[in-house]
Design a protein around this ligand. Structure first.
Ligand code: ZN
Length: 279
């Protein structure tokens, strides 16, 4: 089981869903995306599970989307789950990118945001770009003191990651700062901005997260589902859903511009050059 890209375990009323590619800092490929979706489905269907914890195996929560590991599986076919659209495989240019990112990035994140049980991100180490999207999707974020966050994709000439929740979860001023600089920000700063729920000592991460899960699990399941939906609906009334849709267009305009004038849709950047350009 340890070779699975996602691990699933139950701890009391909590289901712990763990991204399990620690050798690649849990870079998210499609295999992981669909394994995460299957694990969330299992947790939703299990009446004994009140709360879901999303974790990353090893030193880091997630370094982001897989843009260069040997397990990168951009050309593999998986059954589309998030949106009813044709598969990206075998398509070209914007047709390919739009189909793929609408399904595995924006669509999946939106689908997971609507999971009818509270989801807590348990974050240590790096939580970068696509990793940040996964944390944004969760209802609460518990992070260690040494966890760090960043959305550095402006270095690719792209205005942030596909699930553009930044103005709503960070506030507009902090959103601009982290986008304009691409710099890492600490768990403490993220806490001050209201993005992170708790900052805890590294050796207390699991205990503190499970303690919160335990408190939440005392509430009735349906009440929790409705409370989550209530806040999400208000977030959407604050413009999050329509804002994200408009930004997804800018995001794809940037991919297309890069492909038109540069080396590729990522402006020639890969995981290594992104890391070396970073702080
Ligand atoms: Zn993209």
């Amino acid at each position: 089981m340890s070779t699975d890209v996602v691990r699933y375990e139950k701890r009391g009323a909590a289901a712990i869903v763990t991204m399990n590619r620690p050798e690649y800092r849990n870079a998210q490929n499609s295999a992981m995306t669909y394994a995460l979706d299957a694990a969330f489905r299992q947790a939703v269907d299990d009446d004994e599970v009140s709360v879901i914890v999303l974790a990353g195996a090893g030193k880091h929560f997630s370094a982001g989307h897989d843009i260069g590991t040997p397990g990168r599986d951009v050309d593999s076919v998986f059954e589309n789950t998030a949106v009813l659209w044709w598969d990206h495989v075998g398509k070209d240019g914007g047709d390919l990118r739009y189909a793929r990112e609408m399904e595995v990035y924006l669509g999946m994140c939106r689908r997971w945001r609507e999971i009818p049980k509270p989801v807590i991100a348990m974050v240590q180490g790096a939580c970068i770009a696509g990793g940040l999207m996964l944390a944004f999707v969760c209802d609460l974020i518990v992070a260690t003191e040494d966890a760090f966050f960043a959305d550095p994709v402006v270095r690719m000439g792209i205005p942030g990651v596909e699930y553009f929740a930044h103005p709503w979860v960070l506030g507009t001023r902090a959103a601009k700062e982290i986008l304009f600089t691409g710099d890492r920000f600490t768990a403490q700063r993220a806490y001050e901005w209201g993005m992170v729920t708790r900052v805890v000592a590294a050796d207390q991460l699991e205990a503190e997260t499970l303690a919160i899960a335990d408190r939440i699990s005392a509430m009735p399941r349906f009440g929790l589902a409705l409370a989550k939906r209530a806040v999400n609906q208000c977030e959407d009334a604050m413009g999050m859903r329509t804002g994200m849709d408009s930004v997804f267009g800018l995001h794809h305009f940037a991919h297309a511009h890069n492909a038109e004038v540069g080396a590729d849709s990522l402006n020639g950047m890969d995981a290594k050059s992104m890391k070396s350009a970073g702080s």
